[in-house]
Design a protein. Sequence first.
Length: 115
Amino acid sequence: QVQLVESRGGLVQSGGSLRLSCTASGNIDTIDNMGWYRQAPGKQRDMVARIFSGGSTNYADSVKGRFTISRDNAKNTVYLQMNSLKPEDTAVYYCRINTGGRLYWGQGTQVSVSS
């Protein structure tokens, strides 16, 4: 079994910054891609950013230039640095990893951005 533990999100003002982390533990095989997704009330869960084992990344258009995803393979941890936050970034953020051919999700953490 694999467990993912996310850091606490929070409430920030528009233009502010926040860093999320997600650490995997348990029966972990080689981790392929790691990513962050978010879900706003009444909306579907969407990809925010992903990082692959080779280090390549991709981002949702809405966060390009503002968010940066990174990973520490030694710690089985993925990070999401969020800068220039906007009210529309308000959502529950989930991390997800792909290991051993299976997908695992974090419990979700609330990020709220006030205008």
